[in-house]
Ligand binder design. Structure first.
Ligand code: PGA
Length: 269
């Protein structure tokens, strides 16, 4: 089954308004030169309207999304923003990022509520799962996750996230394997292991929703992906794209990543 490759840029809480507009304009130009690839920028929410206004026309391949939102439309929720408030601005939303799980108490149940809210709002959810502590490579199985990994957080996180979600709603969902220990420190997870985890996650989706839907969903990896490591990931059929933090804020590095993903020959998985 063909799945469109995707590159997601998580700018986190970085960049001034001017820097964000400049970088988004550069990515906008680049996006018009690449086909058959989705690029999703997740800027700090406060800059989103400014960026969208400044870009004006943009190619079909460039989209914007949210790093966070609150899963009801309105109410007495001081400091929060709903999906209804960014209608027309953001078409993707990150849910369950490990930094939010660790630092802001985003539990599996909250992830589940946010997933349901995103699907109701017609926003494409990017659901992140990943273990918080490092599993030693020696304990990883070749080809399949070991029992240890099966017992780790990843599969439980996905299972709880999907509770009560109907298969008719779900095929746009993107699942991101994004272990906390690999983020922002150069300790990227080896591509072969990422593929093993993504295959196992797809099997879990298959059991839950059936093969047609599971094969349509995109599975991506995030954690210290750079212009130097990107090519390692492109050879694997279940790595449908990447979530990039630090390297997405560097124009030159991000351009290399986008061109590498756009130029890669995809084998179907
Ligand atoms: P990083 O961030 O690329 O800086 O490691 C990735 C992430 O936020 O998942």
């Amino acid at each position: 089954m063909y799945r469109r490759p995707i590159v997601i840029a998580n700018w986190k809480m970085y960049l001034t308004a001017a820097e964000a507009v400049t970088l988004a304009s550069q990515v906008n130009q680049l996006a018009s030169q690449v086909d058959d690839l989705e690029i999703v920028l997740l800027p700090p929410l406060v800059w989103l309207p400014t960026i969208v206004g400044a870009l004006g026309h943009r190619p079909r391949s460039l989209h914007f999304g949210l790093q966070n939102f609150y899963p009801v439309d309105e109410g007495p929720y001081t400091g929060e923003v709903s999906l209804a408030m960014v209608r027309g601005l953001a078409s993707y939303a990150l849910i369950g990022h490990s930094e939010r799980r660790l630092l802001f108490g985003e539990t599996d149940e909250v992830v589940n509520e946010k997933l349901a809210a995103a699907l109701r709002a017609g926003v494409t959810p990017i659901v992140c799962v990943g273990e918080l502590t490092k599993v030693a490579l020696a304990q990883r199985g070749r080809g399949r996750p070991t029992l240890l990994e099966r017992q780790s957080d990843i599969f439980r996180q996905l299972e709880v996230a999907l509770q009560g979600i109907r298969s008719t709603q779900i095929d746009k969902m993107i699942v991101c394997y994004e272990p906390l220990w690999a983020i922002g420190n150069g300790q990227n997870v080896p591509a072969e292991h990422v593929e093993t985890v993504l295959v196992a996650l797809r099997e879990q989706l298959n059991k839950r929703f059936g093969a047609t839907i599971a094969l349509r969903m995109r599975t991506v990896y995030g954690g210290s992906v750079t212009d130097e490591t990107i090519t390692d990931y492109l050879a694997y059929p279940h790595i449908d794209g990447v979530l990039v933090g630090g390297a997405s804020r560097n124009r030159r590095q991000f351009e290399t990543i986008i061109r590498a993903v756009a130029g890669a020959t995809r084998s179907e998985g």
